[in-house]
Ligand binder design. Sequence first.
Ligand SMILES: [Zn+2]
Length: 54
Amino acid sequence: MFKITPQCSICEKEIQPNEEIYVKMRYPEKKGMTEIKAFIQYQGKIICEECNNK
Ligand SMILES: [Zn+2]
């Protein structure tokens, strides 16, 4: 799914398979969501469930 190793942007914990995550990102300016993976890699902040609940 991700080319880079996904990490929580707060605690820097490595995201485990099937772990529930939250992604904070801007909605792409372009129409449609086909670029969503690139957007997550460049602009998205992945937050693990533990940090999101704090
Ligand atoms: Zn975290």
